[in-house]
Ligand binder design. Sequence first.
Ligand code: IDP
Ligand code: MG
Length: 193
Amino acid sequence: MDFRQQTVVLLKPDTVKRGLVGEIISRFEKVGLKIIAMKMVWISPDLAKKHYPISREDWIESIGKRALETYKEYGRDPGEDLDSLDPKEIGKKMASWLVDFLTEGPLVAMLLEGGNAINTVRKMTGHTFGDRALPGTIRGDFSDERGYVGFVEKRSARNLVHASGNVEEAEFEKKLWFKENEIHQYKRVEDSL
Ligand code: IDP
Ligand code: MG
């Protein structure tokens, strides 16, 4: 079913530093997504910690588990790069790297609206790691970063964009990032057809 949705997109600090802001926004505009809010902000660690629910132990453990799976997929021994193989310990480290990443420079936060917007944006964004993301996706076209490289260099995977993963995430992130008076309703040309 096709229904209108709103979704939060962050052009992370690596996008800004690489001069890809215009290129990426342009892709969303051309596909028909309506920009209903947009701002450049250099956020505090506090906001970054709210964006990624790092106080939730189940979430910490799940990203740690996923990291171990990533190592399996790449056929690389996690013991080479990680001090501990406990998913919770790994997750804690990843969480602190995520906060460092989101606060290392200004980012651009957008609220996009359109039919099935959440899925459309996830499709356009591609797999978490650049080398696994298909050509034609943002991460696939502008990054070839491998999933474990972040662990070698003690940082998050630099993957250019964040996009809300589902309706609940989108609702939560919309409230976290935007005040009501920063969100604009207007007609794009195709709205009046
Ligand atoms: P997503 O951004 O594709 O939705 P999530 O699982 O929500 O991926 O992870 C949030 C962010 O954490 C990713 O965008 C990436 O920056 C970082 N990240 C996730 N998994 C790994 C990993 O295994 N290694 C390094 N960084 C990771
Ligand atoms: Mg996610």
